[in-house]
Design a protein around this ligand. Structure first.
Ligand code: FIX
Ligand code: ZN
Length: 416
């Protein structure tokens, strides 16, 4: 039965979005059997680095003093400053409220200790089940760092993640600062030079092949600075050309490029101290054009790059754009980007990822984004109805499944 009215359309879109299980294609979450790597709970939620950056604008406490406190003290301070002394209206602040409310906590009490107590006693596994059910997430894609000793211990012992959690081989040091990465590669037994020599290429290729075997990742990924250029005469570019691109192609893995992060523009803020810059996307065009047998997942951090990236996606089908990353993951910008993408690409992109670092955050990140994606889709479908197009509910469900899950798996060439 075709959809006949705008209110039926709204109902169909919002229900399809709510019912469709999500594949969250980029997170910093970990399988619950990876021990302390998985962060969850109220104190972790409150000490998210987005909120650390925000509290520093009000607080007289210098960052090094703040970071010297226990996690609970840091959370108390953030709660007091950002939630009690001021109304929590920023996106990251509001996110805490959306999350606590969905977890069934009474926000009228503003009683942080009661919130802590309500989650105490749960196991990570129980909390994972509950949170993924609340957010309706079927698949969580992790970010796995082969330079982290905790990850090395897990993967090299042959452990497997919970089947809902999928690995990604994250290789920033190789393509962002190869010269500093070389000693770490030697520590892991790979015979490489500090510079981009033939011996280094062979060692890095061996490193990548080994890690692909241990991890079986869905894709390889790196965050790149605004100054990223390719081709270029740097060691980083040589490693990309001689190792990363050929191994990705050999293993059938896309390379995810997250471009525009400027590391530690305020080093005192640590994880909260990164900034952004506008990238030169002609390098992305070069890669997509000159490496037609490679696949690229791309997201950009600067608002100013978003339109240009969409134009590139129109030109190259081996380029899949995804998500509203970090500083563009705010309602006003998500809506703008999503509208531009729909208007220029139809439904052939991946609208969002959560980038959650704390398990509970997937609740708010997806609740907020789902509402915005829904608003954009209602407008676009309403225009089709106005043009006399017959719209079936099953077609809306199909489109929503593509956006929230299938486009990713299809691009990977994998079925779920
Ligand atoms: O490089 C990345 O994957 C970034 O998303 C993070 O490292 C960043 O700190 C973040 O949490 C953004 O949401
Ligand atoms: Zn991330």
């Amino acid at each position: 039965m075709p959809i006949g009215t705008i209110s039926a359309l709204e109902e169909a879109v919002h229900e399809s979005l709510a019912r469709q299980p999500i594949t969250d294609i980029h997170t910093h979450l970990y399988s619950p059997n990876m021990g302390n790597l998985l962060l969850w709970g109220v104190d972790e939620l409150l000490t998210y680095h987005y909120l650390v950056a925000e509290v520093m604008r009000w607080s007289d406490t210098p960052p090094d003093v703040f970071y010297g406190w226990s996690k609970q003290q840091q959370a108390d301070h953030i709660w007091q400053m950002l939630f009690v002394n001021h109304s929590p209206i920023s996106e990251a602040q509001r996110g805490v409220l959306t999350t606590l409310q969905a977890l069934g906590l009474d926000l009228t009490t503003r009683d942080l200790n009661a919130y802590r107590a309500a989650l105490a006693g749960l196991t990570a596994e129980q909390h994972v089940d509950r949170v993924l059910a609340l957010a309706n997430i079927a698949h969580v894609v992790m970010t796995n760092d082969p330079f982290d000793p905790l990850e090395q211990a897990f993967w090299q012992a042959g452990h497997k993640p919970d089947p809902r959690f999928h690995p990604v081989l994250r290789i920033d040091p190789l393509v962002r600062g190869y010269n500093q990465a070389a000693p770490q590669l030697r520590d892991q037994g790979y015979d490489v030079d500090d510079d981009a020599t033939e011996r280094s290429f062979q060692g890095v290729r061996r490193f990548l092949r080994d890690w692909i075997q241990w991890m079986n990742p869905l894709y390889m990924a790196a965050s790149l600075p605004p100054t990223f250029r390719f081709p270029e005469t740097s060691a980083n570019a040589a490693i990309l050309r001689e190792c990363v691109l050929p191994i990705c192609r050999e293993a059938g893995l896309p390379f995810a490029m997250m471009i525009g992060s400027e590391r530690l523009i305020n080093p005192a803020l640590r994880l909260a101290g990164d900034g952004l810059g506008r990238a030169d996307l002609s390098s992305v065009a070069y890669l997509a054009r000159e490496y037609p047998h490679n696949k690229f997942l791309v997201t950009v951090l600067s608002r100013e790059n978003q339109h240009e990236l969409i134009v590139l996606a129109r030109k190259f089908s081996n380029l899949m754009i995804f998500g509203c990353w970090w500083f563009v993951n705010n309602p006003v910008i998500i809506e703008d980007i999503t509208r531009m993408r729909v208007e220029m690409l139809g439904l052939s992109f991946i609208p969002q990822h959560s980038d959650a670092r704390i398990l509970d955050q997937v609740i708010y990140k997806w609740a907020h984004s789902r509402a915005i994606i829904g608003k954009v889709l209602v407008d676009k479908y309403a225009a089709l109805m106005q043009a006399g197009w017959r719209l079936e509910r099953a077609e809306i469900e199909r489109d929503v499944a593509d956006l929230l899950s299938n486009n990713f798996w299809r691009f990977l060439g994998r079925s779920i």
